[in-house]
Design a protein around this ligand. Structure first.
Ligand code: OSB
Ligand code: MG
Length: 370
């Protein structure tokens, strides 16, 4: 197939409730939506980057710039030889910028699969028609507010709760929420790199609360520190920010840095790299689950499809649309008995609501060859 044009929409969608992590608070999700126009039809992708480079070095302005100046021109240069599977190799000379690359790969793959009448889940090798989901709950200064949020999510039927933690909002919060969920309910925490290996004794106190895992306690480059921490606590360590490629999984395996991996296709530079990481983890007996970045329905559709692969044995972070947005950019994903249904239509299997996209778009680029 041949790429004819790419449109970048910068969208600002208000969140229904603030989302605070150890690296900052968001009340609005500002996100780049990519539309690829090809000779076979259109496809859509969503960039996982945010306004600020706080989760990773990428941010919306860097993603836009690298797409405009470096990534999209390489795909225009491929002529008639473009396919979803070819995108990663075509973009390989550009270092990093994984989230921008992934958004473009998904848009091209979506166009290809829509034209072929094949769903993304089927293309990736999915084996489930619905996936178990949890909810990632932000930090708040008020423990009563936190308990109220969690009680609401439990009521709605979410199958797992993840609490964001940071120094000063950790052990006591977890203890209180564990009382609320009762013993045995799947509960986990995510520190987004807020601790240091010198906090190992403090973090080991989390072992009292029967958590599924502690996600990314230490900085992303500290594979050795995570390995030491893994030896000093019983709760399994899960890596998020640290894992940007299969090579990072090999490092973690060699050192014993984690027992579980959070897979986010944006963070690893593509859906196909995400599947390779899944395959490597399955071979090594490491459970995986699918993380999220407060996606709209466009990104959520690809996460849910990925989550239908057999190794995704723990509930994912992608919740129903109404947990994030009053109005989504696609038909809403709805929680059904603690699960989201895997779209079965061609490509992403969701339709972008052109009226909603136009309403929430604050800036736009239209890119053509030459
Ligand atoms: O660390 O998993 C994370 C959201 C934004 C940035 C980083 C993270 C998150 C989440 C929310 O935890 C996941 C979601 O609900 O999409
Ligand atoms: Mg995380």
């Amino acid at each position: 197939m041949r790429l004819l044009a790419v449109d970048l929409h910068r969208v600002r969608l208000p969140l229904v409730r603030p989302f605070r992590t150890s690296f900052g608070e968001q009340t609005v999700r500002e996100v780049l939506v990519v539309r690829a126009t090809t000779d076979l039809g259109d496809g859509w992708g969503e960039c996982a980057a945010d306004v600020d480079p706080h989760y990773s070095p990428e941010f919306n302005d860097s993603a836009r710039l690298v797409l405009v100046d470096h990534l999209v021109p390489r795909l225009f240069g491929a002529g008639d030889d473009l396919s979803g599977a070819a995108v990663a190799d075509l973009l390989e000379p550009v270092k990093g910028h994984r989230m921008a690359k992934e958004a473009l790969e998904v848009a091209v793959l979506d166009a290809e699969l829509r034209a072929a009448g094949v769903s993304l889940a089927e293309h990736l090798g999915g084996v489930r028609d619905a996936v178990d989901v949890g909810v990632s709950v932000g930090i708040t200064d008020n423990p009563t507010v936190l308990a109220g949020w969690v009680a609401e999510y439990l009521d709605e039927g979410y199958r797992r709760i993840k609490l964001k933690i940071e120094p000063g909002a950790d052990i006591e919060r977890v203890a209180a929420i564990r009382e609320l969920t009762g013993d045995g309910f799947p509960l986990q925490v995510d520190a987004n790199t807020a601790y240091r290996v010198t906090d190992a004794d403090h973090l080991a106190r989390l072992d009292d609360y029967d958590l599924l895992l502690v996600e990314q306690p230490l900085p992303e480059d500290d594979f050795v520190g995570h390995a030491e921490l893994a030896r000093r606590m019983q709760t399994p360590i899960c890596l998020d920010e640290s894992i940007e490629s299969v090579a990072h999984v090999e490092t973690a395996l060699a050192l014993g840095s984690c027992g579980i991996v959070n897979i986010k296709p944006g963070r690893v530079g593509g859906l196909l790299e995400a599947r390779r990481i899944h395959d490597r983890c399955v071979a090594a007996d490491l459970p995986v689950w699918c993380g999220g970045m407060l996606e709209t329905g466009i990104g959520r559709a690809s996460l849910v499809a990925l989550s239908s692969l057999p190794g995704f044995t723990l509930p994912g972070d992608s919740s129903a649309s109404d947990r994030y947005y009053a109005t989504d950019l696609t038909e809403p994903f709805v929680l059904e008995d603690g699960r989201l249904r895997v779209p079965t239509g061609p490509g992403l299997g969701v339709e972008v609501d052109g009226e909603a996209l136009a309403r929430f778009t604050v800036a736009q680029d239209h890119l053509t060859p030459g």
